[in-house]
Design a protein around this ligand. Structure first.
Ligand code: MF3
Ligand code: CO
Length: 251
């Protein structure tokens, strides 16, 4: 069953989304060659707590940090580490969730560290564009797989490949709620989108079409060939007035 939020719940998630966007913006501003990923995690956690919220990921199924920092061939769920130093040319995905007032929001961005290759830039930009293609079709009356199809067809047209093993999701009182939102598939399938639904849409895109693997740390997901991956995510609310992208703005 897909939870539908009350107007009061939507207000809380809207406020939370603004806080999360501000947290992510500050973490992104701290990204530079020589910095390590544990510093970014600590910064995110303190900003989240300063905002009166809690990190959604810390302790989730035993996950040890507030954010996921996934570098280069790491797709998602990279664990921050003081021994992981950013280098010029790295592609870094930052994924953060927070909980306040009983409601979660979730967001991810991929950013260049210093100067990155042309192919890295194309991957990053295409992944972000695919998220906006998805948001454009996330309208009341459309179906869940219209979102999937918008992402998958755009990514394919760019000569890139979506991750099929991990999906977007509804989000609210739980970090992961129904529906699951795959990043590819035929249009016109699955539940109809309705006002009050809050969705975390998260295209994960790679330069190869091999299955991903999980490293021995039991978390870090990497591409099959070691090729680059990128990840963007927004939490959006569907309202009668249109789509509300909650995880932007930032105060
Ligand atoms: N943003 C991711 C998701 O939506 C990460 C959650 S996994 C965690 O699934 F363990 F890191 F929390
Ligand atoms: Co998510």
């Amino acid at each position: 069953m897909i939870p539908v939020k009350t107007p009061e719940e939507l207000d809380v998630q809207r406020e939370n989304g603004r806080l999360l966007a501000a947290v992510v913006a500050k973490v992104v501003a701290a990204i530079r060659p020589g910095e390590n990923t544990a510093v970014l995690d600590a910064l995110a956690e303190s900003l989240i707590r300063d905002g009166g919220a809690e990190p959604s990921f810390k302790g989730y199924q035993g996950y040890p940090a507030a954010v996921c920092t996934s570098l280069n061939e790491e797709v998602v769920h990279g664990i921050p580490s003081a021994s992981r130093r950013l280098r010029d040319g790295d592609l870094l995905s930052i994924d953060v969730g927070l909980l306040r007032g009983g409601l979660h929001v979730d967001m991810a961005v991929t950013v260049p560290v210093g100067e990155v290759s042309e192919s890295a830039r194309h991957l990053m930009e295409s992944t972000e564009k695919s998220l906006w293609c998805a948001i454009r079709v996330a309208t009341i009356g459309n179906r869940v797989s219209d979102i999937s199809h918008a992402i998958g067809s755009f990514v394919e047209g760019e000569g890139l490949f979506v991750v099929k093993e991990y999906v977007g999701h509804g989000i609210g009182r739980a970090l992961h709620e129904d529906p699951q939102i795959p990043n590819n598939g035929p249009p016109g399938c699955g539940p109809r989108l309705a006002a009050g639904m809050v969705l975390a849409i998260e295209p994960m895109v790679k330069v190869d079409d091999e299955p991903t693997r999980v490293l021995d740390d039991q978390w870090t997901v990497v591409t099959g060939t070691g090729g680059l991956a990128a990840h963007f995510e927004h939490t959006i609310a569907l309202t009668e007035e249109g789509v509300d992208v909650l995880t932007q703005g930032g105060a």
